[in-house]
Design a protein around this ligand. Structure first.
Ligand SMILES: [Zn+2]
Length: 265
């Protein structure tokens, strides 16, 4: 598949995409990203889920100037028997060029990956690792707000981290803000039935707000159900600017500043 729509007005940043997963859906990621950057996308962070994806991701996009990386063990790794060597491998990858965060890591109580206890153990080990390296963490959360708060009580992230693709209750926003987190919202914040996500998004101060695609998942309205990619993030910017009643240019400028503060990009 080589045809795709690009909805960018210029200045947008995609803080969370999975290049290899996009490729598996048939997208030519290098060409696509070249078109996106030519259309005004400023940067894209490619997110890892296992130590086994690092080499291929860096080979694919390491030479693209506007692409940065996060490496980490997704919660589905939590019941592996070779976790020690996987963690060592991730730790080595953190010194690769353009590595700006440790992720994606977290806890998922929706899918039956491993017990919450095992997931929490893996998360805490990676928070310690991020603290050792002075890196922000990128956190996956599915129905796991209390488990995450317990993990961060055990080991508090020292850098400002990111609650990625946040879709949890708005009642928890304050607590994660207090722990120093910023919030990133994905295409699902645009879904017609997602007033709960918009309620959470509105509670996040502009200086703690990020946007992302989580591509190839969660394409924004009105492209819901299609293969998502960074060129569609403009649709999410449109909706968020409108919902917050701020000029789109102010949103673009605020997110650029936040990305610079968090990731040094
Ligand atoms: Zn992700």
């Amino acid at each position: 598949m080589t045809d795709y729509e690009i909805h960018l007005a210029g200045g947008e940043i995609d803080t969370h995409a999975h290049a290899l997963h996009m490729q598996e859906r048939g997208l030519d990621v290098q060409t696509l990203l070249g078109d996106c950057f030519a259309s005004g996308l400023q940067a894209c962070i490619d997110i890892g889920t296992s130590e086994t994806d690092v080499t291929e991701r860096v080979a694919l996009l390491g030479n693209v100037r506007q692409v940065y990386f996060a490496h980490g063990l997704y919660p589905s790794n939590a019941d592996r028997t070779d976790l020690d060597s996987a963690l060592s491998s991730i730790e080595r990858s953190l010194s690769l060029p353009k590595t700006v965060a440790l992720g994606e890591i977290g806890i998922d109580c929706y899918r039956n990956y491993a017990t919450p206890g095992l997931q929490r153990e893996l998360l805490v080990q990676q928070v310690r690792m991020a603290n050792r390296h002075g890196l922000p963490i990128i956190v996956h959360n599915r129905d796991a707000e209390d488990e995450l708060l317990a993990a961060f009580a055990e080991c508090r992230p020292e850098r400002e981290g990111v609650m990625h693709c946040y879709s949890g209750p708005d009642s928890y926003v304050e607590r994660f803000l207090d722990l120093g987190f910023s919030f990133s919202f994905g295409g699902n914040v645009t879904f017609r039935n997602a007033q709960n996500i918009r309620n959470a998004m509105i509670k996040v101060p502009l200086d703690r707000l990020l946007l992302e695609t989580d591509a190839p998942y969660l394409a924004p309205h009105p492209r819901r159900g299609r293969t998502n990619h960074p060129g569609l993030i403009g649709l999410t910017y449109d909706l968020v600017a409108e919902t917050r009643s701020i000029p789109r240019g102010d949103l673009v400028a605020a997110i650029r500043e936040n990305v610079q503060r968090l990731f040094g990009i």
